[in-house]
Design a protein around this ligand. Structure first.
Ligand SMILES: [Zn+2]
Length: 577
């Protein structure tokens, strides 16, 4: 009723001052907070810049000049002084994996030498004497002599307990002798389909397990309890809010985790907006790494996913997409390529036959799902695009916004197909971080021709594709500022290499911001309700410590989130704010 009278009032031919009063009147009891004196990059082409925001409940009810927004304040409205700081829409990570590493596992991301690797593992083992297994993740090949890993490096520091630590991509891992023994992996063990047990010259397993071979060991690692997983979820949401994330496209989902998200939702503990992409499950429901094999969708899976899609429609929890995997990763030589890796290590492992993939994608497409396909090598990228094209033609569907995930080494001739088919390019700026592993393993395996166009984000923008940025966390740090910094400079935080790694792949700060905000919202079918700072949309925004749009690009990496607001609620506030 109230609403009707407001509308009638506003539509009447009244003088401007009275009209303004009427608009203000409509919000008089509702403006909770106004944020003034800022430098706001809205991402909205209709009004790209502003000084101030007004928030009511979970929405923005005003975006404009200080004067305009101050006029909306009433008794009870809190005024927040932004002190001239840069404000941008809340960041969305369009590809990561919640709930993330267990609180009871060891992080090896910061390790750069063998000594650090061994020290970090043994320190963790000493401080967790009761854990039956030591598990961790995050190491890179560059930390090891000759880029070669071996169980002996772990045996030297932990021999009495089984240890298994994943490489940062997650597609391979390193076990110690005890873990191989517990899992019964010996020289007599055959490689499983789509997996490799690495062996030395004598045929003895080295402890390195690639792709599906990891399954031989994983089944022996004790599962985290639901309480542990919930604890990890809360912890990692806090970390995400602290770097300015307000929304994520979760490329993981499992029936085990679903009750934990529901628990967080009910407890109003969600600090991120989640859109989930359950995996294309195998018939026996195993999860997660073994789901990559070609498996038909069962009626039961479909019923489950449709039920979730109908039940959770946002804005905090949302379903409607599905994820499949077509290949591995370059660093393990498992991404599916047209031409062999340098050094003659084959052309990778494609997980699907094209016909099977076409049928599976068409089935989900027909049912209205957005399909996400992990495709890193050029061959896999073509397969993904072919499957999307097939689905659209067969079902006569459009607007599904299917996504190819990673697209690290595309063929140039495939780039225009993203726009033609309406397929979203989902890329990870941190994959272009030119660290030791990228330069000495990734680039070497590809050779200069392919390395020059790998993770070259400008190519997708130039081809007119909608591009969304993500981190693939925990593979990479999920800080959008870290990712944005790499996308803009193609340098490490230390500023190497000078001038940037294949600098022709750089994008502007504004382009990177769009890929983390407006484009990301489009990729989640949420562009009507978020992604830009526009009156009427959700109040999701970040106050930054520095102005990333005007500072020297090499400085961007030092920028921090000072305040993160999701749905009008502070999910992170730095002491310095
Ligand atoms: Zn991923």
């Amino acid at each position: 009723m109230m609403r009707t009278s407001v509308l009638r009032c506003c539509k009447a031919a009244v003088p401007v001052a009275a009209w303004l009063g009427c608009v203000v009147g409509a919000y008089a009891q509702h403006v909770d907070r106004i944020f003034v004196n800022g430098k706001i990059w809205t991402g909205d082409p209709a009004k790209p810049a502003a000084q101030a925001l007004a928030v009511s409940g979970d929405k923005l009810v005003g975006v404009g000049s200080d004067q305009e927004i101050r006029a909306l304040a009433r008794a009870g409205t809190t005024v927040v002084d932004l002190k001239g700081r840069r404000v941008v829409p809340g960041f969305q990570d369009s590809h990561l994996h919640f709930p993330g590493p267990s609180v009871n596992s060891v992080a090896l991301d910061a390790v750069t030498t063998l000594k650090e690797f061994q020290g970090t593992l043994s320190d963790f083992a000493k401080s967790h004497p009761k854990l039956p297994w030591i598990t961790g993740r995050g190491w890179g090949y560059a930390a090891f002599p000759n880029q070669t890993v071996d169980k002996k490096y772990i045996d030297a520091v932990i021999s009495d307990r089984p240890v298994y630590a994943n490489e940062r991509d997650g597609h391979m891992g390193l076990a110690n002798s005890k873990a191989l023994q517990v899992a019964g992996i010996t020289r007599a063990t055959k490689d499983p389909p789509n997996g490799t047990i690495m062996r030395d010259a004598n045929g003895e397993p080295t402890g390195e397990l690639k792709e599906a071979a990891q399954g031989l060991l994983r089944s022996h690692v004790p599962q985290a309890t639901p309480e542990e997983v919930y604890e990890s979820l809360l912890k990692h949401m806090d970390e995400a809010a602290a770097v300015g994330l307000t929304a994520v496209q979760n490329a993981s989902w499992s029936p085990r985790d679903q009750p934990l998200y529901e628990r967080a939702l009910a407890a109003r503990a969600l600090k991120l907006r989640f859109r989930f992409a359950p995996p294309i499950l195998p018939a026996d429901g195993r999860y997660p790494r073994d789901h990559v094999l070609k498996q038909p969708l069962t009626e039961e899976d479909l019923a489950t996913y449709k039920h979730l899609r109908d039940t959770y429609r946002g804005p905090l929890m949302k379903f409607g997409s599905i994820k499949g995997m077509l290949d591995g990763v370059v660093d393990a030589g498992t991404a599916a390529m047209y031409e062999p890796y340098v050094g003659g290590s084959g052309t990778g492992i494609p997980f699907w036959e094209q016909d099977d993939l076409n049928k599976a994608v068409a089935l989900y497409d027909k049912e209205g799902f957005q399909v996400l396909l992990h495709a890193i090598g050029d061959k896999a990228v073509t397969m993904a695009l072919d499957a999307f094209e097939y689905a659209g033609k067969t079902n006569k569907t459009q607007g599904r916004r299917h996504k190819v995930e990673h697209i690290e080494v595309p063929r140039l001739s495939d780039l225009p197909r993203f726009k033609q088919l309406g397929v979203i390019a989902s890329t990870q700026p941190m994959f272009a971080n030119p660290d030791e592993t990228a330069l000495q393993n990734f680039a070497v395996l590809l050779g200069p021709g392919r390395a020059a166009i790998a993770d070259s984000f400008k190519l997708f923008d130039d081809a007119g594709a909608v591009q969304v940025f993500g981190s693939d966390w925990p593979v990479m740090d999920f800080s959008p500022i870290r990712g944005l910094s790499v996308a803009v400079t193609r340098m490490t935080p230390q500023g190497t290499p000078a001038g940037g790694w294949y600098p022709q792949g750089r994008v502007s700060v504004e382009a990177a911001l769009r890929h983390y905000t407006r484009d990301a919202a489009y990729g989640s079918f949420d562009e009507q309700i978020r992604g830009t700072l526009t009156t009427g949309k959700l109040a999701d925004f970040v106050v930054l410590s520095g102005d990333i749009l005007t500072m020297p690009p090499a400085e961007i990496v030092k920028t921090k989130a000072l305040l993160t607001v999701m749905g009008g609620r502070d999910t992170y506030r730095d002491k310095a704010f």
